[in-house]
Design a protein around this ligand. Structure first.
Ligand SMILES: [Zn+2]
Ligand SMILES: [Zn+2]
Length: 190
């Protein structure tokens, strides 16, 4: 357990995706792309994959740029189950655009690409927990004052990875109240 003094100023702007995980992403992408090439008898350029998706959205497909944008936090948290679900979903958007032009995002053309070409269930929403990407504040206290911790800092405390100390009194922060109202939700992939 590492001790961190609050206020915690080093806000992470960029989440670094481990190389092995990036390689696993590309492996699945290339495998699904080859599957599509075989079935549709067309060769497709390899989409550009970036890890810039924010918020509770798992990923998005940028048709003109031939780009798949993935949520790095949800990828790291869910690993291969994220890859198996999100890569075909977003790739199917690109392939649908390539084959059919501008059609409804999750319409019959997209479902055909998902089910018949890529052979995966045509799920429109993901079931990953979005607790750590939903912005929420948790109130902690020490001897002298109250502190606001982000959900990520709070999760680190829960997992026993960090504990936070008050800069002034040096006391370890304790949780004041926990929001128990959060319910699992399905979120759109986009
Ligand atoms: Zn204090
Ligand atoms: Zn979609």
């Amino acid at each position: 357990m590492s001790e961190i003094t609050i206020p915690y100023t080093a806000v992470m702007k960029f989440v670094r995706v481990p190389l092995a995980l990036q390689q696993a992403v590309m492996r699945t992408l290339r495998q699904k792309l080859a599957q599509a090439s075989d079935y549709l008898e067309t060769t497709f350029p390899e989409p550009c994959v970036t890890y810039r998706q924010r918020g509770t959205i798992a990923g998005s497909a940028h048709l003109q740029g031939w780009e798949i944008r993935l949520n790095p936090v949800l990828l790291i948290e869910n690993q291969q189950s994220f890859i198996d679900e999100v890569i075909p979903h977003e790739l199917a958007h690109l392939l649908t655009y390539h084959q059919f032009g501008k059609v409804a995002p999750h319409g019959k053309e997209w479902r055909f690409v998902m089910e018949t070409v890529l052979k995966v269930p045509a799920n429109r929403t993901h079931q990953f927990s979005v607790d750590s990407v939903r912005s929420k504040i948790f109130i902690y206290y020490c001897r002298c004052q109250q502190h606001e911790l982000t959900i990520r800092q709070h999760n680190k405390v829960l997992r026993g990875k960090s504990c936070y100390l008050c800069q002034q009194c040096k006391e370890r922060l304790k949780l004041l109240e926990q929001d128990k109202s959060s319910t699992p939700q399905s979120e759109n992939f986009a």
